[in-house]
Design a protein around this ligand. Structure first.
Ligand SMILES: Nc1ncnc2c1ncn2[C@@H]1O[C@H](COP(=O)(O)OP(=O)(O)OP(=O)(O)O)[C@@H](O)[C@H]1O
Length: 228
């Protein structure tokens, strides 16, 4: 399988606090990757390094075989950050506005979205089964529905990889199962590589083909590859 992300001996520290040390990690096209580990272990930090929001203090990250810091391919990664559902409750934006926000670079500054942009938003919302909610304020949706909108937002820019940081926090078991089923479909049918951070080992084991454990400043691969 084609390698799309490779982390080579990367270390990272916030000020003097060493969070990740000499880590090695490889993700191939079509992988469904789980990232687990204890609280404060460095999972979110690792995700932020993958999307170029943080830079390694040592080592190299490659995206599609190019140095990530010089790469033009960062737009091929869709990122669904850890969200606090309560903080978004009063956010005065509709579902379609939230998803459209990821097309602003295509729409252009101070310009109105064209028909084609609206169509893309509609298609992304259809994939996550939220097309009937496009005019609703984001704060008036359930936690599971808000997460689906965030995935539509990531999908609208047609990514090759989607990275999700604990997307099931605060949502019920049924919505969680639906979310994983949706991710599985995107992975199998749309061939999108998925990287998901979670505390739920049982769920992660069921859906992923590769699991990395972030622990004691290190990242190790669990012996699960090729089982699925
Ligand atoms: N912006 C920051 N500045 C300084 N330290 C930070 C910053 N962000 C995170 N840290 C510290 O880095 C360490 C790793 O944090 P990180 O958020 O990556 O862990 P995590 O594994 O995602 O945790 P959780 O499971 O609780 O979400 C923690 O000790 C945290 O306090």
């Amino acid at each position: 399988m084609k390698n799309i992300i490779s982390i080579e001996n990367v270390s990272f520290a916030y000020n003097k606090e060493n969070v990740l040390q000499d880590i090695i990690l490889s993700i191939d096209e079509g992988d469904f990757v789980g990232i687990i580990g204890c609280n404060g272990g460095g999972k979110s930090t690792l995700m932020k390094l993958l999307i170029g929001q943080l830079n390694p203090s040592k080592g190299k990250i490659k995206l599609f075989n190019e140095d990530l810091d010089k790469s033009n391919n960062l737009n091929k990664i869709g990122y669904v950050p850890q969200i606090s559902l309560s903080s978004g409750a009063n956010f005065p934006a509709t579902v379609e506005e939230i998803v459209m926000a990821n097309l602003y670079s295509k729409v252009g500054f101070m310009k109105f979205p064209k028909k084609e942009h609206k169509q893309k938003v509609k298609e992304a919302l259809k994939i996550v089964n939220m097309e009937d909610y496009s005019k609703r304020l984001i704060g008036n949706l359930s936690g599971g529905q808000q997460q689906r909108v965030m995935i539509a937002k990531a999908l609208v820019s047609e990514p090759k990889i989607i990275i999700l940081d604990e997307p099931t926090t605060g949502i019920d078991a049924t919505s969680e199962e639906q979310l994983y089923t949706l991710l599985e479909k995107l992975n199998k049918e749309s061939k999108i590589t998925i990287v998901i951070v979670s505390h739920d080992f049982a769920k992660i084991s069921k859906y992923t083909n590769k699991i990395f454990v972030v622990e004691n400043n290190k990242v190790s691969l669990m012996g699960k590859e090729n089982e699925v």
